[in-house]
Write a protein that binds this ligand. Structure first.
Ligand code: 5GP
Length: 209
């Protein structure tokens, strides 16, 4: 248990810059951290690669994966399915590697139910206008999708208190550093170091008077 990797869930509104922050964390910690690739039924955006950005699947295939228990969690987000493949995530954690899930809020809540020791982090831009500016500036979605995503952000904001940590994404490196600090502190929790505690207790037994 002590050497099992952490399950780190990072959520944030579309346009919160979480993708960039996660890339920074992976660059900082290439051997200790990995990002789960989700399955989705939405179409690839320009530049997105199968198996890298997502596994792009049909509705039928996605529903088969749900039925056969291949996903740890899944959710619908602005009329498409998104889900996290189970086998890969479990394997990485077993190898002691921290796994990052970059998922939306419903999925995050489901993860907390299934993995109570998962670490839930919500990433926020410095303000609502900044969010709109980033989302429009990204230029990857049409106006209606941008509106749908901002409206979704409004709903998601109601659930932020359910996360363990809130991190403001003002500057990428600083923000990634805060998340790395959280991961380091989480690894030091007594609950994650049961073996070390037990060893010390046993080692000290011989001094008992
Ligand atoms: P996008 O279409 O912009 O790539 O992602 C839309 C939303 O779906 C984002 O908030 C993203 O974090 C979330 N998402 C991506 N993969 C998953 C997943 O496997 N499960 C859940 N629940 N949400 C996901």
């Amino acid at each position: 248990m002590a050497d099992r990797g952490l399950l780190i869930v990072i959520s944030g509104f579309a346009g919160s810059g979480k993708g960039t922050v996660v890339k920074q964390i992976l660059a900082d910690r290439p051997y200790r951290c990995s990002l789960s690739t989700s399955v989705t039924t939405r179409s690839p955006r320009p530049g997105e690669e199968e198996g890298v950005s997502y596994f792009f699947r049909t509705n039928e295939e996605f529903e088969r994966m749900i039925r056969e228990g291949e996903l740890i969690e899944y959710a619908q987000y602005v009329s498409h399915y998104y889900g996290t493949p189970k086998a890969w995530v479990e394997q990485k954690m077993k190898e002691g590697i921290d796994v990052i899930l970059e998922i939306e809020i419903q999925g995050a809540m489901n993860i907390k139910k299934m993995y109570p020791d998962a670490v839930l982090i919500f990433l926020m831009p410095p303000g609502a206008s900044e969010l709109e500016k980033r989302l429009v500036g990204r230029g990857t979605e049409d106006a209606a999708t941008v509106r749908a995503r901002l409206s979704r952000a409004c709903e998601e904001a109601q659930g932020i208190e359910n996360y363990d940590y809130l991190v403001i994404n003002d500057e990428v490196e600083a923000c990634a550093g805060r998340i790395e600090t959280i991961a380091d502190a989480e690894r030091l929790r007594t609950g994650r170091q049961a073996d070390q505690i037990r060893q010390m207790q046993q080692g000290l037994e011989r001094f008992r008077v």
